[in-house]
Write a protein that binds this ligand. Sequence first.
Ligand SMILES: NC(=O)c1ccc[n+]([C@@H]2O[C@H](COP(=O)([O-])OP(=O)(O)OC[C@H]3O[C@@H](n4cnc5c(N)ncnc54)[C@H](OP(=O)(O)O)[C@@H]3O)[C@@H](O)[C@H]2O)c1
Length: 350
Amino acid sequence: MSPETHSLRKDYQITRIITGCWQLAGGHGEVDRVEAVNNLIAFHDAGYTTFDCADIYTGVEDILGQVRRQLQQQRGKEALTRLKVHTKFVPDLDALPRMDRAYVRGAIERSLRRLNCERLDLVQFHWWDYQIPGAIETALWLKELQQEGKIHLIGGTNFDAKHLRALHQAGVDLAAMQVQYSLLDERPAGNFAASAAECGVALLCYGTLAGGFLSARWLGQREPVEPLPNRSLTKYKLIIDEFGSWDLFQELLATLASVAKRHDASIAAIASRYVLEQPSVGAVIIGARSRAHLASLEELGRVHLTATDLCAIKTVLAKRHGPAGEVYALERQRDGRHGAIMKYNLNTRI
Ligand SMILES: NC(=O)c1ccc[n+]([C@@H]2O[C@H](COP(=O)([O-])OP(=O)(O)OC[C@H]3O[C@@H](n4cnc5c(N)ncnc54)[C@H](OP(=O)(O)O)[C@@H]3O)[C@@H](O)[C@H]2O)c1
């Protein structure tokens, strides 16, 4: 069965399961570049031809550039026709007050070089602080580069409904918005998803596995204590704390396990399927360090949740405490628990 696809625009199709590459940036253990390239080619060959990275994921744009090179050398130019590489433009927090055209151009040209291409497929734009003016002007500079042919589609990441609408009204044709959306974090549901739909924006969702917490590996386990094994688990443990107690999280995992059993699938497949079936969701982005998880992506493609499944899941979700508020609002509080673990100036060398 070939993976499901979604059209972000008439001429632009992606797979509904996007292979996320943050896990190859070094915060999740040492990265063997040759092995990483071969793994990503295995995802491509299995039909998962859309990949997600960012200018701030150390070394990852270069790895994807090598994937492109290797596919072309080994299989010819034809092999590149289905490949889609989504990157992000994440200007440093310290650079926001002095943002200008040259900074934007420099960042985009650097991504083009690293990704070894003439036009970026999708650039997802991030702005750390709404209090610092300039987000709209910066997006309009991206639009100029789009008109020059250096960018195919523009998207955003982690903007809330108000700012998503403001970008749309300013004339930036946003094709996608990348946000955290999972069984543990439903902040994008409702008003945000409706605003996205009205503006023609598809949601590309990360965190659907909460860094691996939403999988059989954590079922029946004791609450972990810091330090956690990698950056994802550190980040998503904070989301579990917002969701409620570790016991409530375990109740959710046990419910997912019984749903998974009915479908002969994994907990991870059920967790991501739930998000894929929500309004406005175009795709889920699943972090991949190895091809070991490829088989469960196939399960995710074939499973469809029934009314009984949804009722069981929603009964547990009704007991959640949070996270509440707008998309990414908690994370924007730099002195709060979520904001304190972020790195704000990874692009300094533009
Ligand atoms: N825009 C943003 O602000 C933002 C933020 C975070 C992430 N992202 C993007 O989203 C992608 C996903 O990252 P995430 O942090 O949200 O992680 P995630 O997808 O929730 O979790 C990924 C982890 O789950 C485990 N996993 C993957 N498939 C599995 C399966 N089928 N069964 C069981 N476990 C499985 C893997 O752990 P093991 O490798 O240990 O097995 C993997 O590292 C990133 O790569 C990045 O592209 C964007």
